[in-house]
Design a protein around this ligand. Structure first.
Ligand code: NAD
Length: 302
C-alpha cells in the first residue's frame, strides 16, 4: 500500500502534516488479475482449446483506437488470440451486423467486444444485441444484463466488476456502508448500483445523476463515492466525507491531459482512499474484460 504523500518529510514552513489518502492502484491490481487470467488460458490451451477475443472497431475515433489497442495488448499478454476487425465510419448498420454475425459463427472467437460508441448514424445498442450472449466479453448484452438483475451468473459489465475487484483487493468494506454512485449509464452507473447493492456485497446504494438536487450534500453521505459523470474535476473536497473511499471512473481529455471527475489534489487530503486517473479504474476495466473472455471460453469447454 502506498500513501500519496509522504508524511515523514514535514517541511519547516508546513504547520502540520495533512492526512493523505491511500492510493488504490488499479495498475497493480490489474497486473495480478491478468496473471491469473494467463494461468487459466494456459490450462485451456493444454486441453487443446484456444481463447480468442475479437474486437469490432468502426470509424477512426482516436480514443476508441487507443482503447482497442490496449485491449489487444492485454489479451496477447494473457495468451488470448486477438482478432482485430476494423470497419470504416461510412459502413451501413447492416454491414456492422454482418461482421458481428460472422464472428458469432467463428469458432476461434470465444469472446467479442464492439467498441462503443459507434459513429453517428449507427445503432450501438442494436450492435451489442447482435453479439452472441455466450461471447459477450463486455457483459452488456441485454440477456446478460437481465441475468445480472436476476443475480444469475453472467459476464459482468467490465468497469463495475473491475471496481468491485479493486475494493475487494484493498479490503475496503462494502457491507453496511453507504455507496453513492454519480451516473446512471448502462455502461457504468446502473450496473454498478446493482452490484454494490447485491447480496454479499451489501452496500446501501444511492444513485445520483444530472438531476440530483444538492449533489455535494448527497455525495457527503457516501462512505464509498463513485464518480462516473464525465465532468472533469467536478468533485472537489466539498463533495467528500472525511475518510471516504473515492472511486473515480471519469476519463476526460482536457488541455491538461487526461483527468478524472474528481479534483485529485484537493480530494486526496480529505478521502481515506482514492483511485488515480490514469492508473485506477481504467486498467481494472481491461483486466475484467480478460476475466470475462477466459470465463466464457471455460464455459464453452464444459
Ligand atoms: P454517460 O455520459 O453515458 O453518463 C454520464 C452520467 O453522469 C449520466 O447518467 C448523467 O446523469 C450523469 N451526470 C452527467 N453530468 C452530471 C452532473 N453534472 N452531475 C451529476 N451527474 C451528472 O457516461 P459513461 O459512459 O457512464 O461514462 C462516465 C465517465 O466515465 C466518462 O468520463 C467516461 O469516459 C468514463 N469511463 C471510464 C471507464 C474506465 O474504464 N475508467 C469506462 C467507461 C467510462
Amino acid at each position: 500500500r502506498t500513501r500519496a504523500r509522504c508524511c515523514h518529510h514535514v517541511h519547516a514552513q508546513e504547520a502540520l502534516p495533512t492526512l493523505s489518502a491511500l492510493i488504490l492502484s488499479g495498475s497493480t491490481v490489474a497486473a495480478a488479475v491478468r496473471s491469473e487470467v494467463a494461468e487459466r488460458v494456459a490450462r485451456l490451451n493444454e486441453r487443446g482449446q484456444s481463447v480468442g477475443l475479437a474486437t469490432v472497431l468502426v470509424g477512426d475515433d482516436p480514443g476508441s483506437q487507443i482503447y482497442v489497442r490496449s485491449k489487444h495488448r492485454a489479451a496477447e499478454a494473457a495468451g488470448i488470440v486477438s482478432i482485430d476487425r476494423r470497419l470504416p465510419g461510412s459502413v451501413s448498420q447492416a454491414e456492422v451486423l454482418a461482421t458481428i454475425a460472422e464472428l458469432n459463427e467463428d469458432d476461434r472467437v470465444t469472446g467479442m467486444i464492439v467498441q462503443l460508441p459507434l459513429p453517428d448514424g449507427l445503432d450501438g445498442g442494436a450492435a451489442v444485441e447482435a453479439v452472441d450472449p455466450g461471447k459477450d466479453s463486455d457483459g452488456l448484452h441485454p440477456f446478460n444484463l437481465g441475468r445480472l438483475v436476476l443475480s444469475r451468473p453472467a459476464p459482468l459489465p467490465a468497469t463495475p466488476s473491475g471496481i468491485l475487484r479493486m475494493l475487494d483487493y484493498y479490503g475496503i468494506e462494502t457491507a453496511g456502508k453507504t455507496a453513492v454512485i454519480v451516473g446512471r449509464s448502462f455502461l457504468v452507473g446502473r450496473p454498478l448500483a446493482l452490484l454494490l447493492g447485491a447480496k454479499g456485497v451489501d452496500a446501501t446504494v444511492i444513485q445520483a445523476h444530472s438531476r440530483t438536487p444538492d449533489l455535494p450534500g448527497v455525495c457527503r453521505e457516501a462512505d464509498i463515492l463513485v464518480t462516473a459523470a464525465g465532468r472533469p474535476n467536478l468533485f472537489n473536497a466539498t463533495y467528500v466525507k472525511p475518510g471516504a473511499t473515492v472511486v473515480d471512473v471519469g476519463i476526460n481529455r482536457t488541455d491538461d491531459g487526461l483527468v478524472g471527475d474528481a479534483d485529485f489534489d484537493a480530494v486526496v487530503d480529505v478521502a481515506g482512499a482514492i483511485t488515480p486517473v490514469p492508473g485506477g479504474v481504467g486498467p481494472m476495466t481491461i483486466a475484467s474484460l480478460m476475466v470475462n473472455t477466459v470465463a466464457l471460453a471455460e464455459a464453452k469447454d464444459d
